[in-house]
Write a new protein. Structure first.
Ligand code: NAX
Ligand code: ADP
Ligand code: K
Length: 466
């Protein structure tokens, strides 16, 4: 579980926010007291009277740990601190001095049922020494419950790469804001449940975790066209286009048309079919007044006809979702092609498609933002789905059901996004709504579903947004 709608800050941005608090006269000690108290509140709840081992490092994460230890001891728990190098300066040193309970060295620490991991937080700059990583892992493995302060020790804050962090942390209290490592990469499996503690640091961020969207209930004046007409272009693999079309239908679109060389096929009968002979025909069709959004790419194929269809789609002055084969066809010229288009465009690459289109450096968030500089809103899919808009806004959905890793679920997302943008909205908002609905439908579908069954859960997911 990741707190929804929460700000996400890099390590540098977090330090800047912290500096601003100091500049307003709050002392470093006060902030550390708040952080330690916030973590202790959660720790007491989880400890349920069991004995606690607090791992304390040499920096500010260790400083927080000494505060936690003090609070837990005051709460009557049996607390032992295992220290890895005593803090030498600043607030951390002062918190260390205020700890009056027993202390042992990290290497001599016994296994205890509750572990509080305060070795390192956002200050980790390189991989943990192997001996530290090994003892940390042993102590976490031996515990019944481990709570990490800010981050599990040994995470790259900005990328989510693990740098020796243990497996098996049950919960992490993020201080002040989420960091990328709570929502990206290895962080998804290393942080456990993520709790967020407000420690009085005002946080401004264009990056947020995805929250449940608000959807509108149709009113007495609503009609099928006012709810958005979505055109899905069908290609060589017709099942993909049909899945996208059905997803749009099941997530609130007023009218969905499937357009392609052979759009006939099984139900639903409410899906309107339009036979398209060639790219000129497609261009004429898509230019029609009534169409609010176009979805192109699922099952499109990569032959000449597909290329011509893609050109026709790109030329249309309507909100456009490009997915699957359309992205493979764009290939390395994606950034230039997307930049040349004026009407709004969303792309929904999985990791492989993304890497074929964009080079980029840095974390998944950095790379997705670089891709969005093309003018497209980019939905970079995966267990950590990162949405970035050309305006610099970022939304991340972490921890969606891994059962989504089944063919056709991406087509469903493309159709869902078509329905969202067909109802208006620009940039990251409709994309975040689509990704939320997709993730929620997957939860409702349970294990071992296939894409058609995901579509079947969409109305229920929508009902939670009304
Ligand atoms: N972000 C905030 O606004 C606040 C942060 N606080 C705490 O401060 C932490 C950050 O503190 P610091 O910047 O002191 O950083 P850390 O405490 O995370 O780590 C810094 C220390 O670890 C050492 N170190 C770094 N990488 C290492 C490695 N791979 N192996 C061994 N040693 C390593 C450094 O030399 C330094 O001594 C946060 O995670 C949080 O716990 C809180 O005290 C208060 C508010
Ligand atoms: N391990 C996973 N955990 C969570 N979500 C996943 C995982 N693997 C895939 N997904 C999601 O499933 C969808 C798969 O899309 P995609 O790879 O395009 O599939 P397809 O082309 O077969 O439809 C994406 O929304 C992606 O974010
Ligand atoms: K930690």
């Amino acid at each position: 579980m990741i707190p929804p709608g929460a700000p996400i800050l890099t390590a540098d941005a977090m330090r800047t926010a912290e500096e601003a608090v100091f500049a307003r006269g709050v002392s470093q000690d006060e902030l550390m007291e708040r952080a330690g108290a916030a973590v202790a509140r959660e720790a007491v709840r989880f400890a349920m009277g069991r004995s606690v081992l607090v791992l304390a490092g040499p920096g500010n994460n260790g400083g927080d740990a000494y505060v936690v230890a003090r609070h837990l001891r005051e709460a009557g728990l049996d607390v032992l601190v295992a220290a890895s190098g005593a803090p030498k300066q600043g607030a951390a040193e002062r918190m260390h001095a205020r700890w009056k309970g027993p202390t042992t060295s990290l290497y001599g620490a016994p296994v205890r049922p509750v572990v509080i991991d305060g070795l390192f937080g956002i200050g980790v700059t390189r991989s943990l020494e192997r001996s530290i990583a090994a003892v940390l892992s042993e102590l976490v493995r031996g515990a019944e419950f481990t709570l990490a302060i800010d981050l599990p020790s040994g995470m790259d804050t900005d990328s989510g790469d693990e740098l020796g962090a243990p497996r098996g942390v049950n919960a992490t209290v993020a201080l002040g804001a989420l960091k990328p490592a709570h929502v990206l990469g290895d962080g998804l499996s290393r942080c456990g449940h993520v709790l967020l503690a407000d420690i009085g640091i005002p946080v401004e961020s264009a990056w947020r975790s995805v929250a449940r969207p608000q959807m509108e209930t149709p009113g007495p004046r609503t009609h099928k066209y006012s709810r958005g007409l979505v055109a899905v272009v069908e290609g060589a693999m017709p099942g993909a286009g049909r899945l996208a079309a059905r997803a749009a239908m099941a997530s609130g679109a007023g009218y969905v048309m499937l357009a392609g060389p052979d759009p006939a096929g099984p139900a639903p009968d409410a899906l309107v079919r339009r036979t398209i002979d060639d790219a000129d025909d497609l261009a004429d069709f898509l230019a029609g007044d009534r169409i609010d959004a176009v979805v192109l790419g699922p099952g499109l194929g990569r032959d000449r006809r597909a290329e011509a269809f893609l050109r026709a789609g790109l030329a249309v002055d309507k909100p456009l979702v490009l997915d699957g084969d359309a992205l493979s066809l764009l290939g390395t010229s994606a950034a230039a092609t997307l930049a040349a288009r004026e009407a709004p465009v969303w792309i929904t690459p999985h990791g492989g498609e993304f890497d074929r289109m964009f080079a980029g450096t840095g974390s998944k968030i950095d790379r997705t933002l670089q891709a969005a500089a093309s003018g497209a809103t980019v939905v970079h899919k995966g267990g950590d789905t990162v949405i970035a808009g050309p305006d610099g806004r970022v939304r991340v959905l972490a921890g969606a059901s891994p059962w989504l890793s089944t063919a056709g679920t991406g087509d469903v997302l493309a159709g869902l996004l078509g329905a969202q943008i067909g109802q208006g909205g620009s940039g990251v908002d409709p994309a975040a709504a689509a990704v939320w609905l997709h993730g929620r439908a997957a939860q409702l579908a349970g294990p071992a579903f296939f894409a058609d069954q995901l579509v079947a859960q969409l109305p229920e997911a929508c009902s939670e947004c009304l």
